[in-house]
Design a protein around this ligand. Structure first.
Ligand code: SF4
Ligand code: SF4
Length: 231
């Protein structure tokens, strides 16, 4: 049975609407600008480094780990200005999508072999419930914090509290003002996509050209990869 936040009533909806009016009026723009400004030189360094790592002849595990480290550096800048705190875990009750290669790295680090998963088994809506937490959530905290996936590492609610992360009926939380980490999630997608190179003929010149094709990675929910958590 779906368990909803106790504040799922008219008052909660009114609070959420009032918060969004404040956000739309610019409440957190200054905070996000501040973090982005401080992150700019760090991101420039990461761009150069991650580009190099993407093309380096090293194991995928090492590439993903380097990406985690880069995101943690942004996290250190965002943390003092973000609502995210230890013990705050609404986001551990929503879908947590992980490419299978990242699940394999997590599995090696925590000593648990991930299950074979073919895509997201269940609809996102059905996963977002207070009675369906991530199996690694223990006592309100992440039990694999150092090995948590990018989906969790890159999520920073830039609001002053977790109001907008609270789940509402039908599971999905309202819109949350997350820090934009699109560049980093794109790098993970590039790292885990299958790349195939084929020689084709240019239709105009008839000369051979190299065509690169990317097949998206197999992505599943963390609950399906690790149904028993860490045991
Ligand atoms: S994303 Fe939301 S629920 Fe998760 S730690 Fe941050 S404020 Fe809390
Ligand atoms: S891996 Fe950790 S942070 Fe991520 S959803 Fe699970 S318990 Fe939460």
């Amino acid at each position: 049975m779906t368990t909803l936040t106790p504040s799922l009533d008219g008052q909660h909806r009114a609070n959420v609407a009032a918060r969004w009016r404040e956000i739309d009026a610019g409440k957190i723009i200054r905070v996000i600008d501040l973090v982005n400004e401080r992150a700019l030189p760090v991101k420039a360094r990461h761009q150069e480094r991650l580009n190099r790592i993407l093309n380096a002849d090293i194991k995928l595990d090492a590439k993903i780990y380097a990406l985690w480290e880069a995101v943690d550096e942004i996290g250190a800048l965002a943390a003092p200005h973000s609502a995210c705190r230890r013990g705050c875990s609404h986001c551990c009750h929503v879908p947590v999508l992980v490419p299978e290669q990242e699940a394999a790295l997590i599995g090696k680090r925590i000593g648990v072999k991930p299950a074979k998963v073919k895509g997201v088994k269940r609809g996102d809506e059905s996963l977002a419930r207070y009675d369906n937490p991530c199996p690694f959530l223990k006592g309100g905290a992440c039990s694999i914090y150092a090995s948590r996936p990018l989906a969790c590492r890159q999520q920073f609610n830039m609001d002053s509290d977790a109001l907008l992360c609270e789940l509402v009926e039908d599971g999905a939380p309202p819109k949350v003002p997350y820090l934009n980490m699109f560049d980093y999630t794109t790098v993970l997608a590039m790292m885990t996509a299958r790349r195939e190179s084929r020689i084709e003929r240019d239709p105009l010149t008839g000369l051979p050209v190299v065509e690169e094709r990317y097949t998206p990675p197999n992505v599943g929910d963390i609950r399906d990869f690790f149904p028993n958590g860490k045991r």
